[in-house]
Design a protein around this ligand. Structure first.
Ligand code: NAG
Ligand code: NAG
Ligand code: NAG
Ligand code: NAG
Length: 533
């Protein structure tokens, strides 16, 4: 006999859960509404968004959903993501042949897909708008489940074909139903992207279990358990407390086969206090490491967790965590784990968004910065990838390229707790997509030049679904519930608190309000896409 009645044990997670609107399973489906036009941004104003963020949210989800479709955002044959797709620079349409498609992807894009699917499984009406816009009300959970089933099958098949990856995913070629590592990832696997995927799946397992989908939940749990068993073997390699940024391996040999060798590639270690930390947590909890090694995971990272004051352009001082570039991408981990349950982390995070929004306002920039694809050239090709975009004065890498802004830079602002964060984040998103060509038949466009002379005629998971996942509240509440069941939640809080409180004592600038955009992207004569005019 268990010490408690089984029904109580089953109820416990629900009782412990913090209820958020995005996860309210019982919310009735919204009444049918007239469909917003593709070019809906000009129909809104900053004050209409601030007064009623949900109207813009609905329109955003309705159109971003056109990206997460077979042949555009994912491969119908296997349920796996495509990185993104080039658009015709005049019409804004993707080539039906797939000619401009990035027929490759990575665990990070999978993480975004899994997060929104988990939210749909958990019953979110907003997620349903994104995941299954054409399904009858109430069917989105089923649609999401089918995609999760296809994905799991594909991951297992990949593992069977390339056992050396230990269940983890490299960048993969998704041209055919059976995927393989892309040419530049043969025998190599990245830690950061896989950390993002693992916790997204962890949240999805919780959502599936709550829905009573035991079999599918069990299948995914099996994949997670396999990744637990291999995490240290593959990634815990750089000496005491070291985690490989990229591990090298023989992809044809099973992890325990004779001759298999896992090594860190070069000297690059995953020791950042940003999104790479998701892999650190996986190793910490599930890597089977000794106590001394577990502690070393955190001491190895300490040098990069730094407190810094932003004070320029008449704003500040505001205390923030020093960024690598201070790109919004660096805040990804907040989508996935319950960091906000540690008050000091929530306060530092909120300060970061005070800085991000007020820095752009003070400099007269019509948007905010994050690592993103550069604009496309006259032949329709992406010019390059701009990693080094953020806020230079409060980053380790102050050499930056600040000529391009991207709608997804708002996702951390959207996550700021309370209604204000979402409303201000959406106001910035709207301000950017007001720019010519910044809306297309698949929602928002990748990026645009601050001077309004060019955009990136491209759409991708990174530049869209980070914002969508943030609007859905991420999966940190699902992850939290499962962490409690697994008995690791308290430890997460304890370590997170300890590491931050040793660096951050007094925070300045907590009275500063989030800033709203004032500048607009100049109209230099670009024409909106004809398929979305
Ligand atoms: C992507 O794959 C499809 C086949 O599914 C092919 O038609 C298309 O040309 C490929 N795109 C690129 C850019 O290689
Ligand atoms: C995928 O594999 C096919 C067949 O080898 C190759 O032609 C294509 O260029 C590859 N695509 C990518 C994105 O790696
Ligand atoms: C992955 O492949 C290995 C080697 O074939 C196998 O032993 C293992 O069970 C597979 N993992 C999963 C989760 O199926
Ligand atoms: C981005 O494109 C601009 C031209 O629009 C170019 O000057 C700049 O060097 C490019 N940067 C990268 C990283 O591609």
């Amino acid at each position: 006999m268990p010490p408690f009645p089984t029904t109580l044990l089953l109820l416990l997670p629900t009782l412990l859960a913090t209820t958020t609107s995005s996860s309210a399973a019982a919310a009735p489906p919204p009444p049918p509404q007239p469909k917003p036009p593709c070019r809906f941004a000009p129909l809104h104003t900053q004050s209409s968004i601030l007064a009623n963020p949900q109207t813009l949210t609905n329109a955003l989800l309705h159109w971003e959903a056109r990206f997460a479709q077979p042949g555009i955002g994912y491969n119908a044959a296997n349920g796996l993501t495509y990185d993104g797709t080039l658009l015709d620079p005049l019409t804004g349409l993707a080539a039906p042949s797939g000619a401009g498609r990035h027929n490759f992807s990575a665990a990070s894009k999978e993480a975004l897909h899994v997060m929104v699917l988990a939210r749909a499984v958990a019953g979110s009406a907003d997620a349903a708008q994104f995941v299954a816009p054409d399904a009858p009300p109430g069917e989105a959970g089923k649609v999401a489940e089918e995609l999760l089933r296809a994905k799991l099958e594909s991951y297992l098949k990949f593992n069977a074909t390339f056992p050396g990856f230990g269940g983890f995913l490299p960048w993969f070629n998704n041209t055919f139903e059976a995927v393989e590592p892309t040419g530049d990832w043969v025998g190599r696997v990245p830690g950061l992207d896989n950390g993002e995927l693992l916790w997204a799946v962890y949240g999805a397992v919780e959502a599936l279990q709550r829905r009573g989908e035991e079999e599918l939940a069990g299948g995914w749990q099996g994949w997670l358990d396999y990744a637990k068993g291999n995490a240290a073997r593959v990634f815990y390699r750089g000496g005491l407390g070291g985690v490989c940024a990229v591990a090298t391996l023989d992809q044809g040999l099973a992890p325990d086969a004779e001759g298999q060798r896992y090594e860190c590639e070069g000297t690059g270690l995953l020791d950042d206090p940003y999104e790479g930390e998701l892999m650190t947590w996986w190793l910490y909890f599930f890597g089977g490491l000794e106590e001394k090694e577990k502690e070393a995971l955190w001491t190895r990272k300490r040098e990069k967790l730094v407190s810094v004051e932003y004070e320029e352009n008449g704003v500040g001082p505001i205390t923030v965590q020093k960024g690598f570039w201070f790109s919004s991408h660096e805040q990804w981990k907040i989508l996935e784990m319950p960091y906000f349950d540690v008050p000091i982390v929530k306060r530092i995070f909120t300060n970061a968004e005070r800085v991000r929004t007020c820095n752009s306002k003070a400099l007269g920039i019509p948007g905010m910065y994050a690592s993103v694809n550069n604009v496309t050239d006259s032949s329709g090709e992406i010019i390059g990838y701009i990693s080094n975009a953020g806020v230079p004065s409060i980053s380790f890498q102050p050499e930056q390229e600040l000529d391009v802004i991207t709608p997804y830079s708002v996702f951390p602002t959207v996550l700021v707790e309370g209604k204000r964060g979402r409303a201000v984040g959406l106001a910035w998103w709207w301000n950017m997509v007001l720019g010519k060509k910044m809306q297309n038949p698949y929602g928002s466009t990748e990026s645009e030049r601050v001077d309004g002379t060019a955009v990136s005629s491209f759409v991708s998971w990174d530049s869209k679904v980070t914002t969508v996942a943030a609007l859905l509240g991420g999966v940190s509440d699902l992850v939290k519930r499962k962490m409690m069941k697994d008995g690791i939640y308290r430890e997460f809080i304890k370590v997170t608190k300890r590491e931050h409180e040793r660096v951050f004592t007094r925070l300045q600038g907590e009275d500063v309000a989030l800033c709203l955009p004032e500048a607009r992207v100049p109209d230099t004569g670009l024409e909106d896409y004809s398929a979305c005019a």
